[in-house]
Design a protein around this ligand. Structure first.
Ligand SMILES: Nc1ncnc2c1ncn2[C@@H]1O[C@H](COP(=O)(O)OP(=O)(O)O)[C@@H](O)[C@H]1O
Ligand SMILES: [Mg+2]
Length: 274
């Protein structure tokens, strides 16, 4: 039997003037899933994650996190989740150490616990030698690690990450992945967005693909492969285009390109480039 979802949306929609950035999407993420929300630039990923974490109000639709209606119980939900949004929302005038302790205190940790976890997180993220530096002077990758540390200091059950590996070096990416896999092993649920296929394919057990605000596929990697091969990716609208060379297993990249029709773009050329 399927357990109650950790994240679910019904008819989730966000308009910006004429533009429908997120168009009537029904998401379902079960407890313990490592869920990848994939889509090209401008597809609606950041807008969705902001709505799921209470940073942006939906135009219409419902969101439930951990069985709670987000609109009715925003504080109870926020207490139990961690988020690294687009832009990371750091405080540049604090040192790394001050920022983490502040984040811990905001989540209700006592002074001692906040200080202890701050030290552990700085150490884990290999930021211990940078802890006296102002956050504004951190490199982009260091800020990303700090934002991630702040998002987990209270031990959230659900973690939302917007493009967590963007601008992060290989060593830092390895550290972040190890942390995320550890959280999954201990029962957390992780929802991350990415436009990078390999990341999602390597880390995630379940995937949804968004394109022009619409959910075009959703399911386990295996279900998506099966769906594309049958001509209907996941549970969304059919995105298959034309015939398909059969037999070998589809990579997520093939699924992605087929679903969002990326192959068309290759026909256009920039005439002035050699
Ligand atoms: N605050 C905003 N005002 C107007 N348009 C926005 C705003 N935020 C996002 N958009 C538009 O919504 C669409 C989806 O954006 P976004 O969710 O950031 O995409 P993604 O994260 O998938 O790259 C884009 O066309 C973007 O320009
Ligand atoms: Mg984005």
């Amino acid at each position: 039997m399927e357990s109650a979802p950790t994240i679910s949306t019904r008819g989730l929609t966000r308009r910006f003037g004429e533009l429908i950035a997120v168009d009537n999407i029904d998401l379902r993420v079960a407890p313990g899933q490592f869920f990848g929300f994939l889509g090209p630039n401008g597809a609606g990923k950041s807008t969705t994650i902001k709505m799921l974490t209470g940073l942006l109000a939906p135009s219409s639709g419902q969101i439930e996190i951990l069985g709670l209606d987000l609109e009715k119980h925003p504080v109870e939900v926020k207490r139990q989740i961690g988020v690294v949004p687009e832009g990371m929302a750091l405080f540049g005038r604090l040192t790394g150490s001050e920022f983490l302790t502040f984040a811990g205190r905001m989540y209700g940790l006592d002074r001692e616990t906040a200080a202890k976890r701050t030290a552990e997180l700085l150490d884990f993220m290999q930021l211990a030698d940078q802890q006296k530096k102002l956050v504004t002077d951190y490199s982009h990758g260091m800020q990303k690690k700090l934002a991630m540390a702040a998002a987990v200091i209270h031990g959230p059950k659900v973690l939302f990450l917007d493009e967590p590996f963007e601008g992060v070096d290989a060593i830092a990416a390895g550290t972040l992945k190890a942390m995320l896999q550890g959280m999954i092993a201990r029962g957390a649920t992780i929802f991350l967005t990415s436009h990078v296929l390999e990341i999602v394919e390597r880390l995630c057990s379940h995937v949804a693909i968004i394109h022009q605000g619409k959910l075009v596929a959703q399911g386990s990697l295996e279900e998506l492969r099966a769906g594309v091969e049958a001509g209907t990716p996941g549970s969304g609208d059919s995105g298959s285009e034309g015939s398909r060379p059969s037999d070998e297993k589809m990579t997520l990249e093939q699924i992605f390109l087929r679903t969002v029709g990326g192959s068309r773009r290759a026909e256009h050329e920039l005439s002035w480039l050699a």
